[in-house]
Design a protein around this ligand. Structure first.
Ligand SMILES: [Fe+2]
Length: 293
């Protein structure tokens, strides 16, 4: 299958009601020019028809779950491993978001919700600002197990959602969402995109005297995960928010530069400082008061 056929096959998955998905995608597309307070994230959500996952879907999930967990048992951040345990990810079956949320909501107030596909940037940030994570719900085909250009539930739920069970990361991500949602400054938008890339997607953290993985692109990809820790071609730099925000990133190949956190508190505190500046500029400093931490 080429890329577009794979994308089409994912869209046609029986776990998605195609009419519901069409309406949700229209709502997402229509939301693009709206001011932040008028974006209605509920209109973009779709139902995960969990009983419609095929045997192949559960098999692919199980194979990739086992392969990654074998590596992550020692290479993954403790915060990821604890989070995966809290939301009860397991090799047996594709996660049901109702079960994930039943475990996640009481911990941190975060939840995950199926969406039909690409969301406009501000809509994505509107989800985060409300402690909600929009996720794709399809599973990659067995023929594309090692690499898929589009996100699927393995990237989105296995890769991203476990960290949402950590109170410190949970507050960081909501603070990020609020800053990214309310800013109307292009320079901040560019800098925040880089911050997301080098933390949420490709972040490393120092734990137990060694460097470990927490970014979803490293958690969910065997190739990226091993390369990030083992390659001598990777420049692993100490995290500093201003430096990260100044660093351009490259897509479509293994990352040559990665940033290593000392702790998630370091990330949260740096984000709060930056968000105070951004939200003050648009008169929305009050938005930070509603963040629980
Ligand atoms: Fe991602």
């Amino acid at each position: 299958m080429d890329m577009s056929e794979t994308a089409k096959a994912l869209k046609n998955s029986p776990v998605i009601d195609s009419e519901e998905a069409r309406l949700a995608q229209e709502a997402a597309d229509r939301s693009a020019p709206l001011p932040p307070d008028q974006i209605n994230v509920d209109s973009m959500k779709i139902t995960q028809h969990w009983d419609k996952y095929t045997d192949e879907n559960h098999e692919v999930w199980g194979i990739l779950y086992e392969k990654r967990m074998e590596h992550l048992a020692t290479a993954g951040s403790n915060v990821f491993l604890q989070g995966a345990d809290i939301i009860n990810l397991n090799r047996k079956q594709v996660p049901d978001l109702r079960d994930v949320n039943a475990n996640l909501l009481p911990k941190t107030g975060w939840s995950s919700h199926g969406v039909p596909g690409y969301l406009p940037a501000k809509s994505f940030f509107a989800f985060l600002a409300q402690r909600q994570f929009p996720t794709t719900i399809t599973v990659r085909p067995k023929t594309s197990m090692d690499y898929l250009p589009e996100p699927d539930i393995i990237h989105d739920v296995f890769g991203h959602v476990p960290l949402h069970a950590d109170p410190v990361f949970a507050d960081f991500l909501q603070t990020y969402g609020k800053a990214a949602l309310y800013t109307n400054n292009e320079d901040h938008t560019t800098r925040l995109a880089r911050l997301f890339w080098f933390t949420v997607e490709f972040g490393l953290i120092h734990e137990d005297g060694r460097t470990k993985l927490y970014g979803s692109g490293l958690i969910s990809s065997d190739g990226e995960g091993h390369h990030a820790l083992e390659s001598d071609k990777v420049d692993r730099r100490k995290f500093d928010l201003q430096t990260v925000c100044d660093t351009d990133f490259e897509i479509d190949h293994y990352q040559p530069i990665l940033y290593v956190l000392d702790s998630f508190e370091q990330l949260r505190d740096a984000m709060v400082t930056y968000a105070e500046q951004i939200l003050d500029e648009v008169g929305r400093l009050d938005e930070l008061e509603t963040i629980s931490g």
